[in-house]
Ligand binder design. Structure first.
Ligand code: NAI
Length: 467
């Protein structure tokens, strides 16, 4: 049996690529070593975390918010088993959905670990050790990423006391104390889940700010909000040891600028200091595939240096985001099928699913200053938005950054309720090269949160109405 395309890895990059290639008439197989499809995102990442984020938000709302709406329900009680069942059911529905879609599109699924023998040959080793070789014209590597530990710190994950995000999604009870190492997306999202459910959460972060890469003004606002919510933040603090103590975990850290080390103990420690490209056992070195700091080197058409081998998603350059991998999967499938697939890296939204949410697309003010690009900023707060007030979600703002000379929108940053949904219109606008005036002159329904986006675009030209 010979294929046009064998995809290795069935995460959001790989399965989307396989389906698109099959739609375009290619004969496709996908190799996956997990028992279920969807990769980290669906099994132990985006989807289960969003199930817990939503449930914990409802819990906090029941306890603190509902009385303000005249809804009196008494003190909420957490049913931990039901909480985890909601998460597991959500994951099951999603991974089964992917299995259905692969079948519907006639993609051959092969269970086992894939390795590249040579261009055109993928060896698959099943769980029972049996091997088969798939012959193919093209190979797409979409094997994603794995947890990275802080440099120089030996971490032994037991996923009960010393956890990666995988363990922190499946704790068997709410920890009294949780230490989170790393104030990135994973640390703040999962830290928020367990804080809302009652844990005392302390975050230790190396940098002097949280959420590296996000707009500085948004981050400052968010940092204050997190502290108001009761999260303790130790910034400019370098973790030097993570150990198991008598009862829980122990974390030792010291000021980055030098000074005395301190040790904190907690029931659970979550290590969220980033992820690394996962290429273990793929046989890339033997196949002669060029790498750069663990990532597969590709050209603008996703081609590795060996003919017939392509790579997408977390194993290549760019942000480690499911939707970036998906778009690369679509593009590479189209390229292999002889079309002109393309990804616009200037317009990849990023969302942090905390309360409030944070969403961004395009350049930050810091980026524009560093690049010497003159820009105008328009800002509008949700306190001046009627719908936000009615929903008691008036924290935060929208900021639109537009080129000073052309008015073209270069970046949009939102901190506020449903920011992750609101950012989509900014992405569409930017994909079409739209200006702040285009956005300002587009009719937005009233009363909606999206009016704040329109008003921020109007504010670029200082002609906002409601402020
Ligand atoms: P991250 O790279 O976002 O943050 C890691 C943080 O750990 C950084 O702030 C870093 O300065 C800090 N750190 C590193 N070494 C340290 C040390 N020794 N002591 C103290 N702090 C230290 O990584 P994270 O949160 O683990 O996420 C991994 C990947 O998954 C990211 O690429 C992220 O974009 C992606 N992701 C995206 C989500 C979303 O889009 N909502 C959700 C979850 C993950």
């Amino acid at each position: 049996m010979s294929y046009d395309l064998v995809v290795i890895g069935a995460g959001p990059g790989g399965y989307v690529c396989a389906i698109r290639a099959a739609q375009l008439g290619l004969k496709v197989a996908i190799v996956e070593k997990r028992k279920t499809y969807g990769g980290t995102c669906l099994n132990v990442g985006c989807i289960p975390s969003k199930a817990l984020l939503h449930a914990s938000e409802m819990f906090e709302m029941a306890g603190h918010e509902l009385p303000h709406f005249g809804v009196v329900v008494g003190k909420p009680k957490l049913d931990h088993v039901a909480l985890m069942k909601h998460k597991d059911d959500t994951v099951a529905a999603n991974v089964n959905g992917v299995a259905f879609l692969l079948k519907k599109n006639k993609v051959t699924t092969v269970q086992g670990a894939g390795a590249i023998l040579a261009a055109g040959q993928v060896e698959v080793t099943a769980e029972d050790g049996s091997k088969q070789v798939l012959e193919t014209k093209n190979i797409v590597i979409a094997t994603g990423s794995d947890v990275a530990t802080p440099p120089g710190v030996a971490v032994e994950f037991d996923e009960k006391v010393i956890c990666s995000s995988t363990g922190a999604l499946a704790l068997d009870k709410v920890p009294a104390k949780l230490i989170v190492i790393g104030a990135g997306v994973i640390g703040l999202e999962l830290g928020s889940v367990w804080r809302r459910l009652g844990a005392e959460v302390t975050v230790v972060e190396y940098l002097d700010r949280i959420l590296p890469g996000m707009d500085g003004e948004v981050v400052k606002t968010f940092q204050r909000t997190l502290e108001k919510q009761g999260m303790k933040l130790h910034l400019s603090s370098k973790v030097t040891a993570v150990e198991k103590g008598k009862k829980g975990g122990k974390v030792t850290f010291e000021p980055v600028a030098g000074g005395e080390a301190q040790t904190l103990e907690a029931d659970v420690v979550l290590v969220a200091t980033g992820r690394r490209p996962y290429t273990d056992g793929l046989g890339l070195e033997a196949a002669g595939v060029a790498m750069d700091r663990g990532r597969i080197v590709i050209d603008e058409h996703f081609r590795a240096n060996v003919a017939g081998i392509y790579a997408i998603g977390d194993v290549v350059r760019g942000p480690m985001l499911a939707h970036k991998a998906e778009d690369e999967g679509l593009a590479v499938a189209e390229i292999i099928a002889g079309q002109h697939g393309h990804v616009n890296y200037e317009v990849i939204p990023g969302v942090v699913y905390t309360t409030p949410e944070i969403a961004a697309v395009g350049a930050t003010e810091e980026d524009l200053k560093a690049r010497g690009i003159a820009y105008k900023a328009g800002k509008f707060p949700f306190t001046a938005n009627g719908r936000a007030r009615a929903m008691r979600v008036a924290d935060g703002f929208v900021k639109v950054l537009a080129d000073a000379a052309t008015d073209r929108v270069l970046g949009v940053h939102i901190i506020g309720h449903a920011a992750g949904e609101l950012i989509a219109e900014a992405a569409v606008l930017m994909e079409f090269g739209g200006s702040a005036e285009d956005l300002a002159r587009t009719c937005h329904a009233h009363p909606t949160l999206s009016e704040a986006v329109k008003e921020a675009a109007m504010a670029v030209d200082k002609r906002q109405i409601h402020m």
